[in-house]
Design a protein around this ligand. Structure first.
Ligand SMILES: NC(=O)C1=CN([C@@H]2O[C@H](COP(=O)(O)OP(=O)(O)OC[C@H]3O[C@@H](n4cnc5c(N)ncnc54)[C@H](O)[C@@H]3O)[C@@H](O)[C@H]2O)[C@@H](O)CC1
Ligand SMILES: Nc1ncnc2c1ncn2[C@@H]1O[C@H](COP(=O)(O)OP(=O)(O)O)[C@@H](O)[C@H]1O
Ligand SMILES: [K+]
Length: 492
């Protein structure tokens, strides 16, 4: 399946480009409506079904789907938002070909056990109103009975937000060509239910002409840095994690442990003198090094393959100087800057490099990039703009984590579970990113891999998850990804 995510504008261009390349839009609509009917028949037994059709092409898809369901013997009817004789273009043709019962959309209609929402598509320009809004409210709590075409009506395809907070929710959403941002960003993703992406025959070169640089995170996008048979620990990279002072050390150790589990050959916790014993008492495979002054942080930045600064680091003026010493070291390792490091640098005025990674959650992002946050319409645009501005990889955390590179590439992650919203979970993520960078991965890819693994850990662990568990379940998840030949070699 294609992992590309296309905007509403790109979808319109593909629509027009297909027509220019000899695939009429009426053919696309026919394929779209049939794909919807196929997806329904594959999942539900025949039952009284209402197809709610809107005024545009989303409604057109609905009329086609209704026709295919009728042909397959389903008890199906159409409820139309606008009189059939006011429809235009492809939708008018599609409606004319439907021979079943048709009603005006109103609350007086026969009761349906399944509702196909074909009112509005991803390009909806204003909030639902009138009968469409009433229907959305009526079915809001019955998403298990709703199949949405393209997106649940009311959701903006580019933002995943409900206009005026009125929308449908669905158990199944069938969309076309590729997912749109609404299928991966919250709350849209949650309102879509299962998402099926149907091929409707848009020519490949027309799709390729859009030069899409936005993807849904998936192992097909990257390959992990597996060790060679004769690997040496130094080749697997040295991650250094800066610790906070006395009684503020747990976060750095979580990060360090994630770095070791993530495959770094060596991991060191860089500790202020007052926290040295505390760190040393709780570390075994991970090393501890004392750091007294700015020179020690600059040296760490020079000798590491990746340096994590931020988790419970501290936010005093002295900490700011230590952070600047690491940033200013030359040459220096890629930095993974999280939590307190972001606070110290906010609002961001520094330029970084494409090897550095900033990992804010929304609160940190707003403080780090206030102007960008307030002027962006969605998390993807905001993260892309921040990456271009700070000239580094930016990873905006959340249930729909976005990773962007300064060159415009972006990935939206859809693995995870709300149980990851727990203390220390972000510290683990920062260490994991550093682990992958230290093994030679490009920072943008390393961030994408780390978020994917972190999300999978969240899915597997579920209720009761604590941050420590995330590092401990990584071997099982990594084993599943390991190539067959590596596994065969290990098993003799
Ligand atoms: N782009 C493509 O290549 C294809 C698109 N298809 C379908 O076409 C849909 C997009 O079609 P359209 O662009 O016609 O968009 P819609 O079907 O969402 O309809 C938009 C129409 O509704 C009006 N409208 C917008 N908000 C309204 C509101 N709140 N109340 C009342 N009217 C409102 C608009 O002025 C416009 O006339 C997609 O979602 C998809 O289902 C398919 O036919 C397959 C091919
Ligand atoms: N509702 C959620 N669903 C999925 N993942 C989440 C959710 N909330 C938070 N996360 C993830 O959990 C991690 C929390 O990180 P962060 O906010 O830095 O927490 P902490 O500072 O406690 O470590 C991030 O990776 C984030 O993407
Ligand atoms: K819809």
């Amino acid at each position: 399946m294609s992992r590309e995510i296309i905007t509403v504008e790109e979808m319109r261009a593909i629509d027009a480009g297909s027509a220019a390349a000899g695939v009429p839009t009426r053919t696309l609509m026919e394929n779209a409506g049939r794909a919807v009917a196929d997806a329904i028949v594959a999942r539900f037994k025949p039952r009284p079904t209402a197809v709610l059709c809107g005024p545009g092409n989303n409604g057109g898809d609905g009329w086609v789907a209704a026709r295919y369901l009728l042909e397959r013997g389903w008890p199906v009817w159409v409820e139309t938002l606008v009189p059939r004789d006011t429809l235009k273009g492809d939708a008018k043709d599609a409606a004319a070909a439907f021979t079943g019962e048709t009603y005006a959309l109103s609350r007086d209609n026969p009761r349906a056990e399944l509702v196909v929402d074909a009112l509005f598509g991803a390009g909806l320009s204003r909030p639902l109103e009138g009968e469409a809004a009433r229907a959305a409210n009526a079915f809001w709590k019955r998403a298990d009975r709703v199949v949405a075409i393209d997106v649940p009506s009311g959701i903006d395809g580019d933002t995943g937000m409900a206009l005026n907070e009125i929308s449908f929710g669905a158990a199944l959403t069938v969309t076309f060509v590729s997912k749109k941002p609404a299928h991966v960003l919250m709350p849209g993703r949650a309102l879509c239910g299962e998402i099926v992406v149907a091929d409707i025959g848009a020519p490949e070169d027309v799709v390729a002409a859009q030069k899409v640089s936005l993807f849904e995170n998936d192992p097909s996008l990257w390959s992990l840095p597996w060790p060679e048979p004769d690997a040496h620990k130094n080749e697997r990279g040295h991650v250094i994690v800066a610790s906070g002072g006395r009684a503020r050390t747990g976060a750095a150790r979580l990060s360090a442990r994630a770095a070791l589990r993530g495959g770094a050959g060596l991991v060191t916790v860089l500790s202020p003198p007052d926290a040295l014993d505390e760190n040393a008492a709780q570390l075994t495979a991970i090393m501890v090094r004392e750091a007294r002054d700015e020179a020690a942080y600059a040296q760490a930045a020079r000798i590491a393959r990746a340096l994590v600064i931020g988790p419970a680091f501290g936010t005093s003026d002295d900490h700011y100087k230590l952070l600047l010493a690491a940033i200013g070291a030359e040459p220096r390792a890629p930095l993974v800057l999280d939590a307190d490091a972001l606070t110290l640098l906010s609002p961001i005025t520094h330029g970084f490099t494409s090897r550095d990674v900033l990992t804010p959650h929304v609160g940190e992002f707003r403080r780090a990039f206030p102007g960008i946050w307030s002027s962006s319409s969605n998390r993807i645009d905001a993260t892309r703009a921040a990456a271009a501005y700070a000239r580094c990889v930016v990873l905006l955390k959340g249930p729909d984590t976005v990773i962007a590179a300064p060159d415009g590439r972006a990935i939206v992650n859809t693995t995870g579970s709300p149980f990851l919203a727990t203390a220390g979970s972000g510290d683990v993520l920062a260490g994991l990113i550093a682990a992958l960078i230290s093994q030679g991965m490009e920072s943008f890819e390393a961030a994408a891999v780390a978020v994917w693994l972190h999300g999978k850990a969240g899915e597997r662990l579920g209720p009761g998850l604590i941050a420590e568990d995330v590092t401990e379940i990584l071997p099982a998840i990594l084993n599943d990804l390991a190539p067959m030949d590596l596994k065969a070699a290990l098993n003799g």
